[in-house]
Design a protein around this ligand. Structure first.
Ligand code: ZN
Ligand code: ZN
Length: 347
Protein backbone atom coordinates (compact mmCIF):
# COMPACT_ATOMS: atom_id res chain seq x y z
CA UNK A 1 0.00 0.00 0.00
CA UNK A 2 2.68 2.46 1.03
CA UNK A 3 4.61 1.88 -2.19
CA UNK A 4 1.66 2.85 -4.39
CA UNK A 5 2.47 5.94 -6.38
CA UNK A 6 -0.14 8.66 -5.99
CA UNK A 7 -1.68 10.05 -9.11
CA UNK A 8 -1.88 13.76 -9.62
CA UNK A 9 -5.37 14.97 -8.78
CA UNK A 10 -7.74 15.54 -11.67
CA UNK A 11 -8.28 19.19 -12.53
CA UNK A 12 -12.01 18.96 -13.19
CA UNK A 13 -13.97 15.71 -13.02
CA UNK A 14 -17.73 16.25 -12.88
CA UNK A 15 -18.40 12.57 -12.14
CA UNK A 16 -16.74 12.98 -8.74
CA UNK A 17 -18.45 14.67 -5.77
CA UNK A 18 -17.61 18.29 -4.90
CA UNK A 19 -16.83 17.39 -1.30
CA UNK A 20 -13.63 15.40 -1.43
CA UNK A 21 -13.55 11.75 -0.31
CA UNK A 22 -9.90 11.95 0.76
CA UNK A 23 -6.98 14.35 1.11
CA UNK A 24 -4.62 12.35 -1.12
CA UNK A 25 -5.76 9.62 -3.47
CA UNK A 26 -9.40 10.56 -2.89
CA UNK A 27 -12.03 11.74 -5.32
CA UNK A 28 -13.35 15.22 -5.91
CA UNK A 29 -14.82 17.11 -8.83
CA UNK A 30 -12.38 19.99 -8.34
CA UNK A 31 -15.24 22.38 -7.58
CA UNK A 32 -14.77 24.07 -4.22
CA UNK A 33 -17.57 25.21 -1.96
CA UNK A 34 -15.87 26.45 1.21
CA UNK A 35 -19.13 25.90 3.09
CA UNK A 36 -19.06 22.18 2.40
CA UNK A 37 -15.52 20.88 2.79
CA UNK A 38 -14.23 17.75 4.49
CA UNK A 39 -12.37 19.70 7.21
CA UNK A 40 -14.61 22.74 7.81
CA UNK A 41 -12.24 24.60 10.17
CA UNK A 42 -9.68 24.91 7.38
CA UNK A 43 -11.74 27.76 6.00
CA UNK A 44 -10.57 29.83 8.99
CA UNK A 45 -6.99 28.91 8.16
CA UNK A 46 -7.49 30.06 4.61
CA UNK A 47 -8.97 33.37 5.82
CA UNK A 48 -6.10 33.94 8.24
CA UNK A 49 -3.53 33.27 5.52
CA UNK A 50 -5.19 35.61 3.04
CA UNK A 51 -5.56 38.24 5.80
CA UNK A 52 -1.79 38.27 6.24
CA UNK A 53 -1.18 39.59 2.73
CA UNK A 54 1.83 41.88 2.43
CA UNK A 55 4.48 42.87 -0.08
CA UNK A 56 8.20 43.37 0.30
CA UNK A 57 8.35 46.99 -0.81
CA UNK A 58 5.84 48.06 1.84
CA UNK A 59 8.72 47.84 4.28
CA UNK A 60 10.69 51.06 4.52
CA UNK A 61 14.42 50.31 4.30
CA UNK A 62 15.73 53.89 4.40
CA UNK A 63 17.20 53.71 7.92
CA UNK A 64 18.69 50.26 7.21
CA UNK A 65 20.41 51.61 4.11
CA UNK A 66 22.17 54.20 6.28
CA UNK A 67 22.88 51.80 9.10
CA UNK A 68 24.27 48.77 7.26
CA UNK A 69 27.74 50.29 6.67
CA UNK A 70 28.01 50.98 10.42
CA UNK A 71 27.48 47.33 11.44
CA UNK A 72 30.47 45.32 12.63
CA UNK A 73 32.07 43.01 10.07
CA UNK A 74 30.70 39.98 11.95
CA UNK A 75 27.18 41.45 11.85
CA UNK A 76 27.44 42.22 8.14
CA UNK A 77 28.72 38.72 7.36
CA UNK A 78 26.00 37.08 9.43
CA UNK A 79 23.37 39.32 7.84
CA UNK A 80 24.38 38.27 4.33
CA UNK A 81 24.84 34.59 5.19
CA UNK A 82 21.50 34.35 6.96
CA UNK A 83 19.64 36.02 4.10
CA UNK A 84 21.43 33.49 1.86
CA UNK A 85 20.24 30.68 4.10
CA UNK A 86 16.66 31.92 4.29
CA UNK A 87 16.54 32.08 0.51
CA UNK A 88 17.56 28.42 0.29
CA UNK A 89 14.66 27.51 2.55
CA UNK A 90 11.98 29.71 1.02
CA UNK A 91 12.73 28.87 -2.61
CA UNK A 92 11.88 25.15 -2.26
CA UNK A 93 8.85 26.04 -0.12
CA UNK A 94 7.30 27.85 -3.08
CA UNK A 95 7.66 24.70 -5.13
CA UNK A 96 6.79 22.16 -2.42
CA UNK A 97 3.49 23.94 -1.78
CA UNK A 98 2.70 23.43 -5.46
CA UNK A 99 3.80 19.77 -5.38
CA UNK A 100 1.63 18.96 -2.37
CA UNK A 101 -1.21 20.75 -4.12
CA UNK A 102 -0.78 18.68 -7.30
CA UNK A 103 -1.33 15.46 -5.38
CA UNK A 104 -3.99 16.80 -3.00
CA UNK A 105 -7.40 15.49 -3.99
CA UNK A 106 -9.19 17.99 -1.78
CA UNK A 107 -9.69 21.38 -3.45
CA UNK A 108 -9.61 23.24 -0.11
CA UNK A 109 -6.03 21.98 0.35
CA UNK A 110 -5.19 23.07 -3.19
CA UNK A 111 -6.45 26.59 -2.48
CA UNK A 112 -4.65 26.88 0.85
CA UNK A 113 -1.44 25.65 -0.78
CA UNK A 114 -1.87 28.23 -3.56
CA UNK A 115 -1.94 31.00 -0.95
CA UNK A 116 1.06 29.53 0.86
CA UNK A 117 2.98 29.31 -2.44
CA UNK A 118 2.18 32.97 -3.14
CA UNK A 119 3.51 33.96 0.28
CA UNK A 120 6.70 31.95 -0.22
CA UNK A 121 7.19 33.82 -3.50
CA UNK A 122 6.90 37.11 -1.58
CA UNK A 123 9.41 35.86 0.99
CA UNK A 124 11.89 35.15 -1.77
CA UNK A 125 11.32 38.54 -3.32
CA UNK A 126 11.85 40.18 0.05
CA UNK A 127 15.37 38.74 0.32
CA UNK A 128 16.29 40.30 -3.01
CA UNK A 129 14.62 43.50 -1.87
CA UNK A 130 16.54 43.88 1.40
CA UNK A 131 19.85 42.86 -0.11
CA UNK A 132 19.46 45.27 -3.00
CA UNK A 133 18.88 48.00 -0.42
CA UNK A 134 22.12 47.42 1.47
CA UNK A 135 24.79 45.88 -0.81
CA UNK A 136 26.01 45.88 -4.40
CA UNK A 137 24.79 43.40 -7.00
CA UNK A 138 28.03 41.43 -6.68
CA UNK A 139 27.55 41.05 -2.94
CA UNK A 140 23.87 40.15 -3.42
CA UNK A 141 24.84 37.43 -5.86
CA UNK A 142 27.47 36.16 -3.47
CA UNK A 143 24.88 35.80 -0.71
CA UNK A 144 22.57 33.87 -3.02
CA UNK A 145 25.45 31.58 -4.04
CA UNK A 146 25.89 30.36 -0.46
CA UNK A 147 23.12 27.80 -0.80
CA UNK A 148 25.08 26.22 -3.63
CA UNK A 149 28.58 26.55 -2.23
CA UNK A 150 28.85 26.96 1.53
CA UNK A 151 29.73 23.51 2.93
CA UNK A 152 28.04 24.03 6.32
CA UNK A 153 24.89 25.28 4.63
CA UNK A 154 24.93 22.42 2.12
CA UNK A 155 25.29 19.87 4.92
CA UNK A 156 22.51 21.53 6.85
CA UNK A 157 20.13 21.38 3.87
CA UNK A 158 21.17 17.93 2.62
CA UNK A 159 18.30 15.92 4.09
CA UNK A 160 15.65 18.49 3.23
CA UNK A 161 16.86 18.34 -0.34
CA UNK A 162 16.88 14.52 -0.39
CA UNK A 163 13.38 14.29 1.03
CA UNK A 164 11.90 16.97 -1.21
CA UNK A 165 13.51 15.56 -4.35
CA UNK A 166 12.56 12.02 -3.24
CA UNK A 167 8.94 13.07 -3.18
CA UNK A 168 9.22 14.34 -6.76
CA UNK A 169 10.69 10.97 -7.84
CA UNK A 170 8.35 8.80 -5.82
CA UNK A 171 5.05 10.40 -4.83
CA UNK A 172 3.81 7.85 -2.29
CA UNK A 173 1.70 8.53 0.80
CA UNK A 174 4.74 7.70 2.90
CA UNK A 175 6.83 10.29 1.05
CA UNK A 176 4.13 12.91 1.23
CA UNK A 177 3.94 12.42 5.01
CA UNK A 178 7.72 12.67 5.33
CA UNK A 179 7.75 15.74 3.10
CA UNK A 180 5.16 17.31 5.40
CA UNK A 181 7.42 16.53 8.38
CA UNK A 182 10.29 18.38 6.71
CA UNK A 183 7.95 21.21 5.79
CA UNK A 184 6.92 21.43 9.45
CA UNK A 185 10.61 21.49 10.41
CA UNK A 186 11.27 24.28 7.93
CA UNK A 187 8.24 26.39 8.76
CA UNK A 188 8.51 25.80 12.49
CA UNK A 189 12.19 25.45 13.30
CA UNK A 190 14.82 25.84 10.57
CA UNK A 191 14.09 29.51 9.92
CA UNK A 192 14.17 30.51 13.54
CA UNK A 193 17.82 30.96 14.50
CA UNK A 194 18.05 33.23 11.45
CA UNK A 195 14.95 35.14 12.50
CA UNK A 196 16.37 35.42 16.01
CA UNK A 197 19.53 37.06 14.65
CA UNK A 198 17.50 39.85 13.02
CA UNK A 199 15.46 40.34 16.19
CA UNK A 200 18.73 40.49 18.11
CA UNK A 201 19.81 43.37 15.85
CA UNK A 202 16.44 45.10 16.21
CA UNK A 203 16.67 44.75 19.97
CA UNK A 204 19.79 46.89 19.71
CA UNK A 205 18.06 49.33 17.36
CA UNK A 206 19.86 48.00 14.31
CA UNK A 207 18.35 47.19 10.92
CA UNK A 208 14.79 47.60 12.15
CA UNK A 209 13.36 47.64 8.60
CA UNK A 210 14.85 44.23 7.88
CA UNK A 211 13.53 42.89 11.18
CA UNK A 212 10.06 44.20 10.41
CA UNK A 213 10.11 42.29 7.16
CA UNK A 214 11.44 39.21 8.90
CA UNK A 215 8.62 39.40 11.42
CA UNK A 216 6.08 39.40 8.56
CA UNK A 217 7.78 36.33 7.13
CA UNK A 218 7.85 34.80 10.60
CA UNK A 219 4.14 35.31 11.03
CA UNK A 220 3.46 33.62 7.68
CA UNK A 221 5.73 30.69 8.54
CA UNK A 222 3.94 30.14 11.85
CA UNK A 223 0.65 29.85 9.96
CA UNK A 224 2.19 27.56 7.34
CA UNK A 225 3.61 25.36 10.09
CA UNK A 226 0.24 25.22 11.73
CA UNK A 227 -1.56 24.21 8.54
CA UNK A 228 1.01 21.64 7.45
CA UNK A 229 0.90 19.91 10.82
CA UNK A 230 -2.91 19.78 10.63
CA UNK A 231 -2.64 18.35 7.15
CA UNK A 232 -0.11 15.79 8.39
CA UNK A 233 -2.35 14.62 11.22
CA UNK A 234 -5.44 14.47 9.01
CA UNK A 235 -3.57 12.54 6.29
CA UNK A 236 -2.24 10.11 8.88
CA UNK A 237 -5.75 9.59 10.25
CA UNK A 238 -6.98 8.80 6.73
CA UNK A 239 -4.11 6.33 6.24
CA UNK A 240 -3.89 4.48 9.56
CA UNK A 241 -1.57 1.84 8.04
CA UNK A 242 1.10 4.58 7.94
CA UNK A 243 0.61 5.45 11.58
CA UNK A 244 3.22 3.07 12.97
CA UNK A 245 6.35 3.02 15.03
CA UNK A 246 8.60 3.08 12.00
CA UNK A 247 7.26 6.46 10.88
CA UNK A 248 7.19 7.83 14.41
CA UNK A 249 10.82 6.86 14.97
CA UNK A 250 11.75 8.35 11.63
CA UNK A 251 10.18 11.65 12.70
CA UNK A 252 11.99 11.68 16.06
CA UNK A 253 15.31 10.78 14.45
CA UNK A 254 15.01 13.50 11.85
CA UNK A 255 13.97 16.06 14.43
CA UNK A 256 16.99 15.25 16.60
CA UNK A 257 19.34 15.40 13.65
CA UNK A 258 17.78 18.67 12.46
CA UNK A 259 18.18 20.25 15.90
CA UNK A 260 21.86 19.23 15.91
CA UNK A 261 22.39 20.67 12.42
CA UNK A 262 20.55 23.87 13.24
CA UNK A 263 22.61 24.34 16.41
CA UNK A 264 25.84 23.71 14.49
CA UNK A 265 24.76 26.19 11.83
CA UNK A 266 23.88 28.88 14.36
CA UNK A 267 27.31 28.57 15.97
CA UNK A 268 28.97 28.75 12.57
CA UNK A 269 27.10 31.79 11.33
CA UNK A 270 26.84 33.76 14.58
CA UNK A 271 30.17 32.88 16.25
CA UNK A 272 31.62 36.38 16.09
CA UNK A 273 28.44 38.41 16.54
CA UNK A 274 28.55 40.29 19.83
CA UNK A 275 25.86 39.54 22.38
CA UNK A 276 24.47 36.27 21.04
CA UNK A 277 23.69 33.88 23.88
CA UNK A 278 24.26 30.41 22.43
CA UNK A 279 22.78 28.58 25.41
CA UNK A 280 19.60 30.56 24.92
CA UNK A 281 19.73 29.98 21.15
CA UNK A 282 20.08 26.20 21.49
CA UNK A 283 17.24 26.20 23.99
CA UNK A 284 15.11 28.19 21.56
CA UNK A 285 15.83 25.72 18.73
CA UNK A 286 14.85 22.82 21.00
CA UNK A 287 11.76 24.68 22.17
CA UNK A 288 10.70 25.17 18.54
CA UNK A 289 11.34 21.47 17.80
CA UNK A 290 9.19 20.47 20.77
CA UNK A 291 6.48 22.80 19.58
CA UNK A 292 6.40 21.31 16.09
CA UNK A 293 6.44 17.74 17.42
CA UNK A 294 3.42 18.56 19.58
CA UNK A 295 1.65 20.08 16.61
CA UNK A 296 2.35 16.92 14.59
CA UNK A 297 0.66 14.94 17.35
CA UNK A 298 3.89 13.55 18.82
CA UNK A 299 5.77 13.83 22.09
CA UNK A 300 8.26 16.49 23.07
CA UNK A 301 11.82 15.16 23.07
CA UNK A 302 13.47 17.98 25.05
CA UNK A 303 11.55 18.07 28.32
CA UNK A 304 13.84 20.79 29.69
CA UNK A 305 12.81 23.13 26.84
CA UNK A 306 9.04 23.13 26.98
CA UNK A 307 9.08 26.87 27.70
CA UNK A 308 10.61 29.45 25.41
CA UNK A 309 13.97 30.44 26.92
CA UNK A 310 14.23 33.46 24.61
CA UNK A 311 11.53 35.48 26.30
CA UNK A 312 12.55 38.80 24.76
CA UNK A 313 11.65 37.48 21.30
CA UNK A 314 7.96 37.76 22.14
CA UNK A 315 8.05 41.48 21.36
CA UNK A 316 8.84 40.62 17.75
CA UNK A 317 6.91 37.48 16.90
CA UNK A 318 4.25 37.09 19.53
CA UNK A 319 0.90 38.78 19.84
CA UNK A 320 -0.07 38.83 16.20
CA UNK A 321 -3.64 39.47 17.11
CA UNK A 322 -4.22 42.72 15.29
CA UNK A 323 -4.45 44.72 18.50
CA UNK A 324 -0.95 44.65 19.93
CA UNK A 325 1.05 47.47 18.52
CA UNK A 326 4.55 47.32 20.03
CA UNK A 327 6.68 46.32 17.09
CA UNK A 328 4.21 46.67 14.26
CA UNK A 329 3.30 50.19 15.25
CA UNK A 330 6.18 51.57 13.25
CA UNK A 331 4.32 50.89 10.04
CA UNK A 332 0.62 50.98 9.33
CA UNK A 333 -0.42 47.89 7.49
CA UNK A 334 -2.86 48.45 4.71
CA UNK A 335 -4.11 44.96 4.12
CA UNK A 336 -4.67 43.14 7.36
CA UNK A 337 -8.21 43.52 8.52
CA UNK A 338 -8.73 43.24 12.21
CA UNK A 339 -10.99 40.30 12.68
CA UNK A 340 -11.34 37.41 15.02
CA UNK A 341 -9.72 35.15 12.44
CA UNK A 342 -6.18 36.48 12.48
CA UNK A 343 -5.13 35.77 16.04
CA UNK A 344 -2.26 33.64 17.16
CA UNK A 345 -2.88 31.70 20.28
CA UNK A 346 -0.15 29.12 20.44
CA UNK A 347 3.25 30.69 20.13
ZN1 ZN B 1 8.61 31.44 3.59
ZN1 ZN C 1 6.28 28.97 4.71
Amino acid sequence: MSQLLLEKAKTLEPRNPNKSTGLFGGKSSGILNWNDIAYPHWYKMYKRLVGNYWQADEVNMSSDIKQFPTLTKAEKDAYLKIIGLLSTLDAPQTRIALLISLYASDPSVQSIMAVIAQQEAVHNESYSYVLSSVVSLDEQNEAFELGRKDPVLLKRNQHIMEQYNGFVEEPTIENILKTMVYTALLEGMFFYSGFAFFYHLARHNKMVGTSTMVSYINRDELEHGRFISELFRATLAEHPEQNNEKLTNWVYDHFKESVALETEWSHYVLADVAGIDFVEMEGYIKYRANKMLRMLGLQEIYPEHVQNPMKWIHAYVDNFDGTKTDFFEQKSRQYTKTSDLNGFDDL
